[in-house]
Ligand binder design. Structure first.
Ligand SMILES: [Zn+2]
Length: 326
């Protein structure tokens, strides 16, 4: 059983919030006042994922510069979701694939309406087919996408978790803090599993949330700290390995928390965003590889006019059949 011990939410149009103070960097420990940038220098959640309102005062400029490399890898890893979801980064919505390449997806706003342009070159019979049993139309959109270093993307998730962690807990995570200090520094455990889930692929709710769940009973044989981070239509969960609270646990644990976010509506109240059952990704690789999604498939029922986007994972993880989104 778990208890939520920290939670931060960023949504458009809300007042800025500033975590910590500029006396002491929680990552490298510097207390030099000149090492800190202006109040909006360090974004607690990546700016490229849409964060405009939550900032970390206790992250110095040098740490922030290094961490931006981790964030870049995380954004590349989920690039297609950012494009389909229309998530606004610093320079607008990210394009997936190069315009000169065989496949790309581009987001634009035309006359106030969102517009997704998908270009896929290849044999049309490979890209579109009809499921004769159900009458469903399947349109496959191959994604080339960006290269990313999985280890760096994993460290971006660690950094977010450590940014929102209560100060009293940081002493249990010295190894995690330490590995962030050098680009290729390795986390305390070699198993870097990410539970990845998604909600609707289009029309991402423009909100980000980070949560930390701590094991309630010290005698439970479960990970001490789980970090969950949602950005629009994607949700990540990791086991943030503690130096001294996770002894005796196996190296790997399935991360299968079914997560629902309660996002505030502008007119008051909340609406729930349900995420799919998590896919298990291994982000321990230290070499660049293609982002994890080989293709997206639009499955469209012409009778009900209901459609779903299904991500198709790249091999070797392709054997995992993703759950259908709600
Ligand atoms: Zn620092």
């Amino acid at each position: 059983m778990y208890k939520v011990i920290a939670q931060q939410l960023s949504e458009p149009g809300t007042a800025s919030r500033f975590l910590g103070d500029r006396q002491h960097c929680r990552f490298c420990g510097t207390t030099d006042r000149r090492a800190f940038g202006n109040r909006r220098n360090a974004h607690t959640f990546p700016e490229a994922l849409g964060n405009r309102s939550v900032f970390s005062l206790d992250e110095c400029k040098a740490c922030n510069e290094l961490f931006s490399l981790y964030e870049d890898a995380l954004c590349k890893a989920v690039g297609p979701y950012l494009t389909f979801g229309g998530i606004e980064g610093k320079r607008g919505v990210r394009q997936t694939g190069r315009s000169a390449g065989a496949n790309y997806v581009r987001h634009s706003v035309v006359g106030g309406r969102r517009h997704i342009e998908v270009v896929s070159q290849g044999d049309a019979s490979d890209l579109a087919r009809v499921n004769l049993a159900t009458g469903e139309l399947h349109l496959r959109m191959p994604i080339e996408g960006d290269m990313f270093v999985p280890l760096y993307a994993y460290k971006a998730l660690m950094r977010i978790a450590l940014s929102i962690m209560p100060v009293a807990e940081l002493e249990n995570f010295a190894g995690s803090l330490q590995c962030l200090q050098t680009l290729n520094g390795l986390p305390p455990s070699p198993s870097l599993q990410v539970g990845f889930s998604f909600s609707h692929v289009g029309n991402a709710p423009p909100a980000l949330a980070g949560s930390l769940l701590r094991r309630i009973s010290p005698t439970d044989f479960t990970p001490y700290m789980i970090a969950i981070f949602t950005a629009g239509n994607v949700c990540f969960q990791i086991w943030l390995r503690s130096d001294n609270q996770d002894e005796g646990l196996p190296e790997k644990a399935g991360l299968r928390i079914k997560w629902t976010s309660q996002l505030p509506k502008s007119e008051g109240g909340y609406y729930p965003v349900e995420f799919s059952d998590p896919l298990q990704l291994d982000w321990s690789g230290v070499k660049p590889e293609r982002q994890p999604f080989a293709a997206f498939e639009l499955r469209f029922d012409p009778h009900s006019t209901q459609g779903n986007f299904i991500p198709i994972l790249r091999a070797p993880s392709a054997a995992i059949e993703p759950a259908e989104p709600q």
